[in-house]
Write a protein that binds this ligand. Sequence first.
Ligand SMILES: [Zn+2]
Length: 330
Amino acid sequence: MSLSVGLNCPACGGAIKVNEGEHVLNCQYCGSTLWAEGDAGVLTVAYKNMQDRDGVLRATEQWWRKGLKARDLRKKGRLLECYPIYLPFWSTVTRVAGWICGYEERTYQDRDGHSHTERIPKEEMVLNDYNYTNIACDPGDLGIKRLRNIGGEASFADFESIPTFESTTSKDDSVNGSKEKALQDARRDAGVPHVTFEKVTIIPKSISQIYYPVWVVRYSYGERMYMATVDGVTGNVLSGRAPGDPLYQSLAVTGGTSLGGLIAAAGLIVGAGSDDGTIMFGGVIVGLVILGVTYMFFRHGSEIIEGDFEDKKMKNPLKDIGIELGGLRI
Ligand SMILES: [Zn+2]
């Protein structure tokens, strides 16, 4: 079943009427050249590539210098490839309207030291349009799943010179995925901790397609291969993999291990001299946590990863540990 959604300009969001048999048209609001694809007439815009090879390489070199990447990357990094491609994205607008009701729990202590839990009722009206972009093909190892920027100069002129990836994911899947995501975001925005009643309507308002220019840079450092992608409109680095710096890593390992060991030892010493076993236990736990963080950093710090990669969580070992600790309720 095909979902009925509005035809809107992918560049400015204006509602557009497409006459039968018409494929190329100009948006009456912003003037963008648009392409109406297929019978359903999904409107497609392509943004002009504004970057050249030199600019892309400069952006990559600047990115090499940021963060904990290997300090000799500029010296040892060897460029292997640098080329632009067009990636297709679905752009959706989804409206969520309705009510989310429930309560918030607050605990307080009375004069006698008894704690009481009070339920404060909450009724939140929800009315929001959520705009998402989703890559419409398999992004492979590029680390790009959505767009950070959805503007640019609309033009199909580069289509002859820049390789274009075909859309391989379905429009309906994208609309349905956006509906699920919009509901989750609406619940989060409503901020009702305990939901008892919910009546919301999720309306897919529009879907369009954006072809976006992205530069792929592949380089080597020592024996290993790395990559980066650069936004063809803004010139910003979108995603990438780079070697981590061994010095930063060993510093973190040495510092982390000593600190972890010290705290664990202090916990044992202080704990042994007191009746309270929790101090000893607490010290050992804190020490172990620091050791764990150090280990995660050492293990994953050898590669710096930025972008929408599946294994992106390795990028921030501290956050990872935080999640695990949350699960353990320490
Ligand atoms: Zn427009």
